[in-house]
Write a protein that binds this ligand. Structure first.
Ligand code: GRF
Length: 195
C-alpha cells in the first residue's frame, strides 16, 4: 500500500484545470492530494479558487523576466515545494518556463497540459496556430516537462475536431472541455505507473 501522491499545482490564470483535478480527487476518480497551489501572479484567479477549496496557496517572488522566474525565485520555489513535502509538480496554465534547480529537484515529476496535439503547435495560443494552419483536428496533450518547451515525453492526448465556423474562442473552449477530462485521467495513469 503506497501513500497518496502529494501534488503542488502551479498556474497563472483562471485555474479551470486545477478545479477539474481537485474535483476528480474529491469524487474519488483520482487518488492524490493537492497540498499547495502557487502562482507567479498574486491576483491570479487560480489562487482564489484554491482558497475556496480550503487549500494552501502561495505567490511566487516577483521576477524581472516575463517568461521565467529569477534564479533566486526558482530556488525559493524549490524550497517552498520541499517545505510542503510535494512529490509531483502539476503545471496548469503556468506561464513561466521551468528552469533549474526545479527541473532537477523534481526530475520526471513535473507534468504539464498543452492545448494541441504535440508535437504540433508548441508555444503560445496553440489553438489559434491550429486554426491558422487550417487543420481539421487539434486537441490537448499531457506531458512530462523537461528543459525543452512542450517537448517532454507524452503521457496522453485527446482529439478535438475543428468546425468550419470555429473562432479562436470557440475552439479553445472545446479544447478546455477535453483538457478537464484528460488531465485527471492522465495523472491517475502516471501515479499508478509509479507505484
Ligand atoms: C490551458 O488551455 C492549458 O492547456 C494551457 O493553459 C490553459 C490553462 O487554463 N497550458 P486554466 O487556467 O487551467 O483554465
Amino acid at each position: 500500500m503506497t501513500s497518496t501522491p502529494r501534488l503542488a499545482v502551479l498556474g497563472s490564470g483562471k485555474g479551470s484545470n486545477f478545479v477539474a483535478i481537485q474535483e476528480a480527487i474529491i469524487v474519488g476518480k483520482l487518488d492524490a492530494q493537492i497540498v499547495l497551489v502557487a502562482s507567479d501572479l498574486p491576483d491570479a484567479i487560480i489562487l482564489s479558487k484554491a482558497a475556496a477549496f480550503g487549500l494552501p496557496t502561495a505567490t511566487l517572488p516577483p521576477s524581472p523576466f516575463r517568461t521565467k522566474l529569477s534564479p533566486e525565485g526558482e530556488v525559493a520555489l524549490v524550497e517552498l515545494l520541499q517545505k510542503h513535502a510535494v512529490e509531483w509538480v502539476i503545471l496548469a496554465g503556468y506561464m513561466r518556463v521551468v528552469k533549474e534547480p526545479l527541473l532537477s529537484a523534481f526530475s520526471n515529476r513535473i507534468i504539464n497540459i498543452h492545448p494541441s496535439l504535440l508535437p504540433a503547435f508548441k508555444g503560445l495560443r496553440a489553438w489559434e496556430q491550429a486554426l491558422n494552419a487550417r487543420v481539421f483536428e487539434t486537441g490537448c496533450t499531457v506531458h512530462f516537462v523537461n528543459k525543452d518547451i512542450d517537448a517532454g515525453e507524452i503521457i496522453a492526448q485527446q482529439r478535438v475536431t475543428i468546425a468550419l465556423n470555429d473562432t479562436p474562442e470557440s475552439l479553445h473552449a472545446r479544447i478546455q472541455i477535453a483538457e478537464h477530462e484528460l488531465y485527471p485521467a492522465a495523472l491517475a495513469k502516471v501515479f499508478q505507473r509509479k507505484e
